[in-house]
Design a protein around this ligand. Structure first.
Ligand SMILES: *Cc1c(COP(=O)(O)O)cnc(C)c1O
Length: 392
């Protein structure tokens, strides 16, 4: 069977089925060399020179990810941030970019501060509204539309197919931060996106032990060459051990993400009815604003990220009740980040600070693969304590 006819699950489980030619090992060796031997006639026929730009450790994770996303090529980076920022640095000062108003806060900060200072004209738009994006496009000037969907921490959904159409007609690229959708549920390139970005730190690795990023491109064009050059020149490359761990994590991507997403759907449906929960933000709920678009572009699940807004009462504000709830969970770990097999809970406004779109009563939940009943019971007892403690 050629890899073309195999399903993504099979490709991931076997990391493309590669075997090391020297040893017949079914797990790839970790290459630690930073430099490579030059041929006597002064050539570098191996194609390898120095590891700031590239390394054999990337071959398998990059090729596997390109296959899972149905792209032409992929690059792994030292972090999600270095992957995302390379997409903007490959543009030119003076270019206009449209980015989601609701997005990963650290990238938003970098765009507002560094990228703007460097000369990009950055416009934050509600990218879940097609007309708002259409109005923001500056013909000839807009070079990139950048969306995150579902977007941190409100899980706002942007329509990839509709926006790729707008971008194409404007001569701009569409970049999609697909970290939370994962290739398990969404393949943005098949919907028309030009670039897909992953904080591989999250679901692709899946074990909260690697900081990594990745990009997949629909085409090997000049823009993509600039992105590759930026990685090589700045050296925002992944370490050898991290590359190995990332590939190991990707082998279990499908069962991990499907289990976590099923847990999230189950929890969301129960938490909507909870007396101490004012709202559940989760694209898998029929009442969620972006549900119809999510159903169109997410196949087989809505992901494992959700947020809840904790209800206040006469004795405690929603904000304090939310913070107290997080303080009293045991199984849910009070920590930032997402996408690991363990469930995490976080009062998001405390992390993001000024300018956050997160209401002060919002808790972000990264649902893991524990037993769903245990996760619900732990949240329920924490919500109960948060409210009881402050009631005379
Ligand atoms: C974590 C995250 C990033 C940044 O990734 P790092 O690996 O932490 O640099 C970007 N986008 C999203 C959606 C994320 O969750």
């Amino acid at each position: 069977m050629t890899s073309k006819s195999l399903s993504p699950e099979s490709l991931a489980a076997q990391a493309l089925g590669w075997v090391d030619e020297t040893t017949r090992a079914v797990v790839p060796p970790i290459h630690v060399s930073t430099t490579y031997l030059r041929d006597p006639d002064n050539q570098y026929r191996s194609g390898r020179v120095y590891s700031r730009a590239d390394s054999p450790n990337y071959n398998q994770p990059e090729e596997l990810l390109a296959k899972l996303e149905n792209g032409a090529d992929a690059l792994v980076f030292s972090s999600g941030m270095s992957a995302a920022s390379a997409c903007f640095l490959a543009l030119a000062p003076g270019d206009h970019v449209i980015v989601s108003k609701v997005m990963y806060w650290s990238l938003r900060n970098w765009l507002m501060n560094f990228a703007t200072h460097w000369g990009l004209k950055v416009q934050f738009v509600d990218t879940d509204r097609i007309d708002a994006v259409r109005d923001a496009i500056q013909p000839g000037q807009t070079k990139l539309i950048w969306i995150e969907t579902p977007a941190n921490p409100l899980w706002t959904i942007s329509d990839i197919a509709a926006l790729s159409d707008l971008a194409y007609r404007a001569g701009a690229r569409l970049g999609v931060d697909s970290t939370c959708a994962t290739p398990v549920f969404t393949r943005p390139i098949e919907l028309g996106a030009d670039i897909v970005m992953h904080a591989a730190t999250k679901y692709l690795n899946g074990h909260s032990d690697v900081i990594a990023g990745a990009l997949v491109s629909a085409r090997k064009d000049d823009y993509w060459q600039r992105v590759r050059m930026i990685r090589g020149q700045l050296g925002t490359v992944l370490g050898a051990l991290e590359s190995y761990l990332l590939l190991r994590g990707m082998r279990t991507l499908f069962p991990r993400v499907r289990t976590a997403s099923a847990n999230a759907q189950w929890l969301a449906e129960r938490l909507v009815a909870h007396p101490h929960v004012a709202a559940v933000l989760y694209p898998g709920l029929a009442t969620f604003a972006g549900r119809a678009v999510a159903a169109k572009q997410m196949r087989g699940g809505f992901g494992a990220m959700m947020s809840i807004r904790v209800r206040g009462d006469a004795d405690i504000s929603g904000e304090h009740a939310a913070i107290a709830t997080a303080a009293h969970t045991n199984l849910w770990k009070r920590a930032t980040s997402l996408g690991g097999v363990e469930s995490l809970i976080e009062h998001r406004a405390s992390v993001e600070g000024d300018g956050t779109p997160a209401p002060s009563d919002l808790l972000r939940l990264s649902v893991g693969i524990e037993a769903k009943e245990d996760l619900l019971a732990d949240l329920e007892q924490a919500l109960a304590i948060a409210h009881r403690r402050n009631t005379p």
